[in-house]
Design a binder for this molecule. Sequence first.
Ligand SMILES: NC(=O)c1ccc[n+]([C@@H]2O[C@H](COP(=O)([O-])OP(=O)(O)OC[C@H]3O[C@@H](n4cnc5c(N)ncnc54)[C@H](OP(=O)(O)O)[C@@H]3O)[C@@H](O)[C@H]2O)c1
Length: 252
Amino acid sequence: MRQLTDKTALVTGASTGIGLATAERFVAEGAHVYLTGRRKQELEAAARVLGDRATAIQNDVSDLDDLDKLFERIADDGKRLDVLFANAGGGEADQPLDSLTPEAFDRTFGINVRGTVFTVQKALPLLNSGGSIVLTGSSSARRGVVGFGVYSATKAALRQFSRVWAAELAPRGLRVNTVVPGPTDTPGLRGLAKNSGQEHALLDDMASSTPLGRTADPAEIANAVLFLASDQSSFITGSELFVDGGEVQVYP
Ligand SMILES: NC(=O)c1ccc[n+]([C@@H]2O[C@H](COP(=O)([O-])OP(=O)(O)OC[C@H]3O[C@@H](n4cnc5c(N)ncnc54)[C@H](OP(=O)(O)O)[C@@H]3O)[C@@H](O)[C@H]2O)c1
């Protein structure tokens, strides 16, 4: 039995990486998926992979007008949402406090925090009772990784929003949970490692930060998101699900 038959899901940041792997899994489980991202070419390539049960909408979550257009389009299609995976986000390598700029701070908070907050807010009128909201956290929010202060603070902020939203939205029949990936082999992580100028060293270092001694495949994160999105997790809200190879639990 497929787990998302006849459900409609929105996955933000689904043109590559964790979002794309999750959109693929949702489609395989019977959902219709709306997917977003800023780059047209990557988004179209993802939509081709997903086939006719996917609708790609070019969108920037840090732009509130763009977000309004996204939800207007879904409503115009006559759809409502059962699942929202608010995943769009990312970070920049090497932002230690002494060289951090206000622009870099605003960029990362603008996408990861502001973008996620208003994605969820603007999705609310379309979300069906019984629906599931999943946010993407990060294991780095539980650790003191040098140079990742802003990024990990954005993910810590999301974790706290998810607790409060779980309480605020329970009366509407909505659950809110956070999936917490450890280092995951995505174009995003590889780009970050490349920009650091120490691509292989950084990836090796991240792999060895997990007791399992490797990075995750994005499909492994998608499995956990599917669990949180589906009725299999019907009594779970406000939780964090760590998919981090044991990084946080074993080496806190
Ligand atoms: N990979 C890891 O090790 C790891 C670990 C913990 C948490 N995470 C989190 O997992 C999520 C996905 O990251 P990933 O590793 O899969 O990276 P990725 O391969 O770079 O995917 C990020 C996706 O988000 C989209 N995106 C970025 N900014 C956006 C914006 N402002 N509006 C709309 N879409 C946007 C990207 O497309 P465009 O650039 O075209 O917009 C892309 O589709 C992020 O929230 C990240 O922080 C990743």
